[in-house]
Design a binder for this molecule. Structure first.
Ligand SMILES: NC(=O)C1=CN([C@@H]2O[C@H](COP(=O)(O)OP(=O)(O)OC[C@H]3O[C@@H](n4cnc5c(N)ncnc54)[C@H](OP(=O)(O)O)[C@@H]3O)[C@@H](O)[C@H]2O)C=CC1
Ligand SMILES: CC(=O)C(=O)O
Ligand SMILES: [Mg+2]
Length: 433
């Protein structure tokens, strides 16, 4: 553990501080290059864009540039540690955007908790970016911020902790239900955490067929029930149950599914033992889950267990979402990321996990094979097929909903282009046919 700590700090510090840098995409070596990149030549694209703003897509890097915006009020499960402390996570999101989907990122850490200020700043930055990924902004402020920005911006605005998490956990749920033979309409689901991630996951679960009355939501004060007065807001109110249950312990009895988007160690072995047969447990608090993988699997051998971490089976983490969802949305020039696009992403991920694994993925995981089942319900982030399945599904859904400004006609060509584009990250590997 001590070694890992030092390795992580060294990774961040050496050989240069931080995890991302800006690189030019054009040479600037000769006097002619200089006169084109900068004045006088640069005046030409300026005039083109002023005359027709859509040409910014051709003359600038805007269409491939996403702002990862945070104020550090809900950094992972570590809480409100402020804008500056959130920067390693936001740089990390930038690394993942680039590494998994070749999307460029500026991380923007805003030193304010005032939703109106955040809305104003982000809206003002719209000319710079092709999309906005909000990150680690706590509930309930995150809802107002995202809803308003979606309304007033002409580029996709997506709060990753809400929808990224909802998409991946929906993919995991679809497959865990298939494995256990349970049906969405019949299951009892308990949420621990009624913030950004919890509320959004619950909404997407409802779209998958889970019934409102079978969904018990808990927050730091326990079960959210009708008539509760303390610690409520209009988003929690949507899920208030007519029930006598008051504690997480009450809610867990007989439940089929537990979704943890709260804090570490909230779930005890006794709670897990009180769940129904073949329980599905997604303990997604980061970096430490609501119950550890070791404890959960030692407590019950029929559990389907997932965490948000990469060092255990079944990583349910929004890394499987935001890079690929933005890739698809940016490529068709979608102004929004709709419910249809989110569901398409979830279904693509669920379908992909059912396919046999190519060699490249086994190689990335020390030769291990993963077959669809209890310990492999969602694809691995290093699976190069994720971009082809998920970005394509998202782009197609945007087109079907009439949201695409730049529709794609040649899907084979687009998919081949994605594969080519990612080759620089996979240069030493070969895909099995
Ligand atoms: N695996 C993944 O991909 C992701 C995981 N997460 C994880 O989910 C967690 C929440 O993130 P997010 O929704 O953005 O944060 P928010 O701050 O928006 O919400 C946190 C919620 O957790 C509740 N909570 C806090 N402590 C407890 C507790 N002891 N018992 C029950 N509920 C509790 C809060 O209750 P109250 O409303 O009463 O304050 C609140 O409802 C974090 O641990 C984060 O790392 C988030 C996004 C993605
Ligand atoms: C994964 C992530 O976004 C979080 O835990 O907040
Ligand atoms: Mg987050």
């Amino acid at each position: 553990m001590e070694n890992f700590k030092q390795d992580v700090l060294n990774y961040h510090c050496l050989p240069i501080a931080g995890k991302i840098q800006v690189m030019p995409t054009k040479p600037c070596i000769t006097a002619k290059d200089l006169s084109m990149a900068y004045t006088p030549g640069v005046a030409l694209p300026v005039k083109e864009i002023a005359a027709d703003p859509t040409t910014a897509r051709l003359h600038t890097s805007r269409q491939n540039l996403v702002a990862v915006v945070s104020n550090g009020t809900a950094i992972l499960g570590l809480g409100n540690l402020g804008a500056l402390a959130s920067k390693p996570v936001m740089e990390g999101k930038g690394v993942l955007f680039k590494r998994f989907a070749d999307v460029d990122v500026f991380d923007i850490e805003l030193d304010t908790e005032d939703p109106k200020k955040i809305i104003d700043i982000v809206k003002t930055m719209e000319p710079t970016f092709g999309g906005i990924n909000l990150e680690d902004i706590k509930a309930p402020e995150c809802f107002e911020i995202e809803e308003t920005l979606i309304d007033i911006c002409d580029i996709p605005v997506f709060h990753d902790d809400q929808h990224g998490t909802a998409i991946i956990s929906s993919a995991g749920l679809i497959n865990a239900l298939e494995i256990t033979g349970k049906k969405a309409e019949d299951i009892k689901v308990v949420f621990n955490g009624a913030g950004a991630a919890g509320i959004s996951c619950a909404k997407l679960f409802i779209s998958l067929g889970v019934k409102y009355e079978n969904l018990a939501m808990c927050d730091s004060r326990g079960v959210i029930y009708k008539g509760r007065e303390k610690g409520m807001n209009k988003y929690k109110e949507l899920f208030a149950l007519d029930t006598d249950m008051r504690t997480l312990e009450d809610a867990m009895k007989g439940a089929d599914v537990f979704i943890g988007v709260s804090q570490k160690d909230c779930v005890t072995p006794e709670m897990l033992l009180s769940m129904a047969k073949d329980p599905i447990v997604f303990a997604m608090a980061n970096p430490d889950p609501e119950i550890t993988y070791e404890l959960a699997t030692a407590t019950r051998d029929d559990v389907i267990m997932a965490t948000g971490r990469s060092d255990y089976p079944n990583q349910i983490n929004n890394v499987l979402g935001f890079p690929f969802i933005f890739r698809g949305a940016l490529d068709v020039g979608s102004k929004k990321i709709s419910e249809g696009m989110k569901l398409a992403a979830a279904k693509a991920l669920a379908d992909l996990a059912r396919q046999p694994l190519p060699k490249i993925v086994k190689d990335a995981y020390d030769g291990k094979d993963f077959t669809f089942g209890k310990d492999y319900i969602v694809p691995k982030p290093f699976d190069p097929r994720v971009i082809e399945w998920e970005a394509v599904a998202v782009a197609k859904a945007a087109m079907e909903e009439g949201l695409a400004m730049y529709p794609i006609e040649d899907w084979e060509g687009y998919t081949a282009g994605l594969r080519k584009r990612m080759e620089k990250f996979w240069c030493e590997c070969q895909l099995d046919e």
